[in-house]
Ligand binder design. Structure first.
Ligand SMILES: *Cc1c(COP(=O)(O)O)cnc(C)c1O
Length: 388
């Protein structure tokens, strides 16, 4: 049920998928917005060969509102189907657990999201004895060299969300297939609009929908997309057993957010680009990390895999931690907070003592450039940088 329906395939552009896939006016009394099925169970009014005519039993398994948002994401990804979860971490942990078993080994990026890192290096390793190797991921040879006879999963994140390191998805998936290893990617930065990893041979793509997919900083949700076998397996076993499904109301808000995803991302990208250029030309800034900018270190991978930028970036001001603290305390229009992908501008000093990039270490401040007036945002950054 999380699989695309044949009629969904008539929506072929991202805008039309985001706007209209799943609108069934005849079924929903002509409502322009499909309703929230805010119910736990579905009574078995009519059965055909033991299967309820509606196809629904219980919302821990599936729900019509959840189905619509899953089909929208699947269509954007070029996947057979998708399954939604109550958080990005639920989606990622489920994908990892689906791929590994006792005695296995995981190859994980050293730049992975903190939660993913903990699932693998603490939870699975310390509690279940699953082995792991951390890699930088800059070269596919390094990843291939880390493969052991018991490797079951290569877990990618491209671009990563602080220094935006990318991996060569075609090359990594080819190596993984050669060795019979599954690949999972956290593709949150790209969103299904700007990057479609399944088209490059990756087995499962995960996103948190708490960032751009939701877009309004009012939901916590996640989604994973894959081929029919994986989606059916995960829906019938992992998701229903762990009970991690998104609730119908969050799914409805995620649908609402996705209707404006193309236009929001375009504006975040324009605003982000202007801020990145401002920072790159500022005398008190040592280094800017922003995919697609003139100084971005992996332009060939960016051009190959991503079709756009957004509002997320990091920068290292001259003066290290002291300068970062002063900037955070001086900004008025960038709130100090940890998430990103909403309408609002945010800043967060990266909690790690130093960020490593190509052997260099930096102390960085991460910015999310929101949808506020761009001149207001740049003036705010200018006055804060003046204070250091
Ligand atoms: C926020 C984030 C997550 C976690 O998502 P939640 O919805 O908060 O569970 C995972 N990966 C990346 C890259 C993130 O930014």
């Amino acid at each position: 049920m999380a699989l695309l329906k044949p009629e969904d395939r008539k929506y072929t552009t991202p805008e039309d998928i985001c706007m209209h896939l799943g609108d069934e006016y005849d079924k929903f009394c002509g409502a322009i917005v499909p309703p929230i099925f805010q119910n736990s169970l579905f009574v078995q009014h009519t059965e055909i060969n033991g299967v309820p005519a509606s196809g629904y039993y219980y919302t821990r398994d599936s729900n019509p509102t959840v189905d619509i948002v899953e089909r929208k994401v699947a269509a954007l990804e070029g996947a057979d189907g998708a399954v939604c979860f109550g958080s990005g971490m639920a989606a990622i942990s489920t994908a990892v657990l689906y791929c590994v078993s006792a005695g296995g080994h995981i190859i994980l990026l050293s730049t992975s999201y903190g939660g993913t890192m903990e699932v693998v290096t603490k939870f699975l390793h310390d509690k279940f004895n699953i082995e792991y190797t951390l890699v930088d991921g800059d070269s596919t040879e390094e990843i291939e060299a880390a493969i052991r006879p018991n490797t079951q999963l290569i877990c990618l994140e491209s671009p990563s969300s602080i220094v935006f390191r990318m991996q060569d998805l075609d090359a990594v998936s080819a190596v993984a297939k050669k060795h019979g290893i599954k690949t999972v990617i956290d593709g949150t930065y790209g969103t299904p609009l700007h990057q479609q990893p399944l088209k490059h041979g990756i087995d499962i793509v995960c996103h948190t929908a708490s960032k751009y997919l939701g877009g309004h900083s009012d939901i916590v949700a996640g989604v994973l997309s894959a081929n029919e076998k994986i989606i059916t397996d995960i829906q019938r076993t992992d998701r229903v057993l762990f009970g991690g499904i998104i609730d119908p109301h969050q799914a409805w808000l995620m649908l609402r957010g996705m209707r404006t995803l193309p236009i929001r991302l375009k504006q975040h990208g324009e605003n982000g680009k202007k801020v990145a250029e401002f920072l790159e030309n500022h005398p008190k800034v040592e280094k800017v990390f922003y995919p697609g900018s003139a100084t971005y270190s992996q332009p060939e991978l960016f051009n190959k895999y991503l079709s756009g930028t957004n509002g997320l970036m990091s920068f290292a001001p001259k003066g290290g931690q002291e300068a970062i603290t002063k900037i955070v305390n001086s900004l008025h229009h960038f709130q100090h907070g940890c998430s990103w992908g909403g309408f609002e501008s945010l800043c967060i000093p990266v909690p790690y003592s130093e960020v490593k990039d190509h052997g260099e270490t930096h102390r960085v401040l991460r910015l999310h450039v929101g949808l506020e007036n761009i001149d207001t945002l740049i003036a705010d950054l200018a006055q804060a940088l003046d204070k250091i």
